[in-house]
Design a protein around this ligand. Structure first.
Ligand SMILES: [Fe+2]
Length: 321
């Protein structure tokens, strides 16, 4: 299925997630009526979502100045080193209905970068799988600490819910783009004579992808999904300690959306043949790098939950490790 068709099919799900976050943002505002959002027209919802995102950015700025956190904020859960609050504003135009056009553009770059159709199939399918898991996590996060069973969370009365908004459309777009740098390090036609193989120092695919996306004219905020998705976020300290062959710097997610894509990426491997990875195995794989990485991954599983690897493995006819 083309990336555009794939994105088109996900529009209702993404819109539902955006609505759930907007309902929450609306609910925590003074004078906001419970359930009022559901009675709005699509146009009003869009304006409300816009307004809640703007509001959230302003609230985050307040937090930086040391003012009291919003009720429902769970700061101890936040593994992000910093927040780039302008991103939400920059991506107001990346609405769910605009995703098919974005997906078409990014598929073009995937195909152009691939050495062979088999390599495109391998990397492209992985990106779509990560995008699917990303939506699961966004939905889970929207409904965090609430007990609703509906596809769109309306349980706005629970004061413990996280007030933080996540741009599910942006996260989905980022997932489709995140592994674009892999093409520079994967070779082969996928035949017995010319099998698919990964080049040495595959870890470089993050920074290569960032450069590729920037050179192709994609926004910085999309390119950062590629840059900051390897491992559980590569720190400058780890790069120097482990002699990792990329320029010494922090390559750590700096937004919730980037963190979700990086997290979901750990539940599917492009090994040959590609496989799904359980949370337990994902933590074990992180432990190969460091105990600290394993702990970070465990913490992320606690925050976001395990994506539905069994259902997806059945859907894509892949095994689970
Ligand atoms: Fe990936």
């Amino acid at each position: 299925m083309s990336f555009a068709k794939f994105a088109e099919e996900k529009i209702p799900e993404i819109s539902a997630i955006q609505d759930a976050f907007a309902v929450r943002a609306h609910a925590i505002q003074p004078n906001a009526g419970t359930g009022a959002f559901s009675a709005l027209t699509d146009e009003q919802k869009s304006a409300e979502l816009h307004e809640s995102q703007t509001r959230q950015s302003k609230q985050e700025t307040h937090e930086e100045t040391g003012e009291a956190a919003l009720p429902g904020k769970l700061p101890s859960e936040n593994l992000l080193p910093e927040r780039i609050t302008s991103e939400k504003l920059m991506f107001e135009n990346l609405l769910p209905e605009n995703l098919p056009a974005f997906a078409e553009k990014i598929e073009e770059l995937h195909r152009k970068s691939a050495d062979s159709p088999a390599v495109f199939e391998l990397i492209g399918t992985h990106c779509k799988i990560v995008a699917e898991m990303t939506l699961f996590v966004c939905k889970n996060y929207a409904c965090k600490n609430c007990d609703c069973k509906s596809s769109v969370c309306r349980n706005v009365s629970d004061s413990k819910v996280s007030a933080e908004n996540v741009n599910a459309a942006l996260a989905f777009a980022g997932a489709l783009a995140h592994d674009i740098g892999a093409y520079e390090l994967v070779r082969g036609e996928g035949t017995d004579e010319d099998p698919i193989r990964y080049e040495k120092n595959y870890v470089r695919h993050g920074i290569l992808g960032y450069n590729l996306l920037k050179n192709a004219g994609f926004d910085e905020q999309i390119a950062l999904f590629a840059r900051n998705h390897t491992g559980v976020g590569l720190t400058k300290k780890a790069i120097e300690a482990q002699n990792i062959p990329i320029p010494s710097d922090d390559y750590v997610p700096v937004t919730r959306e980037q963190q979700i894509v990086m997290f979901c990426d750990k539940f599917h491997t492009k090994s040959l043949p590609p496989k799904f990875v359980t949370a337990k195995t994902a933590v074990r794989r992180c432990a190969k790098f460091s105990e600290e990485d394993a702990q970070k991954m465990s913490k992320l599983v606690e925050i976001y939950g395990e994506p539905p690897v069994e259902a997806l493995a059945r859907k894509y006819s892949m095994t689970i490790i």
